[in-house]
Design a binder for this molecule. Structure first.
Ligand SMILES: N[C@@H](CCC(=O)N[C@@H](CS)C(=O)NCC(=O)O)C(=O)O
Length: 250
């Protein structure tokens, strides 16, 4: 196949830089696979309000209900043969088939439970951090993000964070048997040898699901990232071990 894969990702612009970089949890999962397998790819930045028209132009079918935040989402990739695939869960097996080495160990089937554990934890502690997201988006994306979330939550992101976030959320996540411990357990209890990855010494897609979440927090709000790392001692070593595949962010 000639040409590069195109990754359609959401841009963030960090203070002091005019260069877009990625930040968002789900696109990171696909980007990590591309980085890990060293597959040549080009990023095409698509701002939030442009996602739907761009995906329609590419001929993508809308997400099945419940599989994306909206009908048309990032990540989406375009393969060199012109095939377009949306949704990180659909993209991973296709990339694995086209580029089997190094492997994602999708058959270990831990990425589903890890996704669920990540979403449970995010459901508790994501709200303060979410309110910081517009400050790192380009202006049109920031406005879209504020407006659409206001419509969903019935209040502004800051108001929503005041209701759902704060120290109580972190305390709830840290409770014994709570969302943080459940994720931490999953990150270690299936190891075949000493680690640092979910399956032991071999990286797998489950690692990328967790590391995408940690990295998204780190990029959105350093203070909240440190709070997240303090929730469970098993989080930071996994994030650190995945950093080689989190370097390329554009
Ligand atoms: N399950 C989907 C979820 C994709 C998703 O919801 N992506 C978000 C970014 S993390 C998005 O594109 N949101 C568009 C919007 O909020 O309008 C996947 O893993 O690809």
């Amino acid at each position: 196949m000639a040409g590069n894969i195109i990754l359609y990702d959401l841009p963030s612009i960090h203070k002091g830089s005019d260069k877009p970089s990625c930040f968002s949890l789900n696109p990171w999962k696909t980007r990590m696979v591309l980085n890990y397998k060293q597959i040549p790819y080009t990023t095409e930045w698509v701002e939030y309000p442009d996602l739907e028209p761009k995906m329609k132009e590419l001929g993508v079918k809308a997400n099945q209900p419940g599989t994306g935040w909206t009908d048309y989402t990032s990540p989406t990739i375009r393969l060199p043969d012109g095939k377009v695939i949306m949704n990180s869960a659909n993209i991973a097996p296709v990339l694995e088939e086209l580029h089997p080495s190094p492997p994602l160990h999708l058959d270990a089937d831990l990425h589903g439970p890890i996704t669920e554990a990540v979403e449970n934890l995010a459901g508790v502690v994501w709200w303060d951090t979410l309110a910081d997201v517009p400050s790192m988006l380009p202006p049109r994306s920031a406005k879209y993000f504020e407006d659409t979330r206001k419509e969903t939550f019935g209040m502004t992101l800051k108001e929503f964070a005041a209701v759902k976030g704060g120290e109580q959320a972190w305390k709830t996540a840290a409770e014994p048997g709570g969302a943080a411990e459940k994720l931490g357990d999953l990150l270690t209890k299936h190891r075949k040898d000493e680690g640092p990855f979910v399956l032991g010494s071999q990286p797998s897609y489950g690692d990328f699901v967790a590391a995408s979440f940690f990295d998204c927090f780190e990029r959105c709000c350093k203070e909240d990232y440190e709070k997240m790392m303090a929730l469970d001692a098993r989080f930071k070593p996994l994030h650190a071990a995945c950093r080689p595949w989190l370097k390329r962010d554009d």
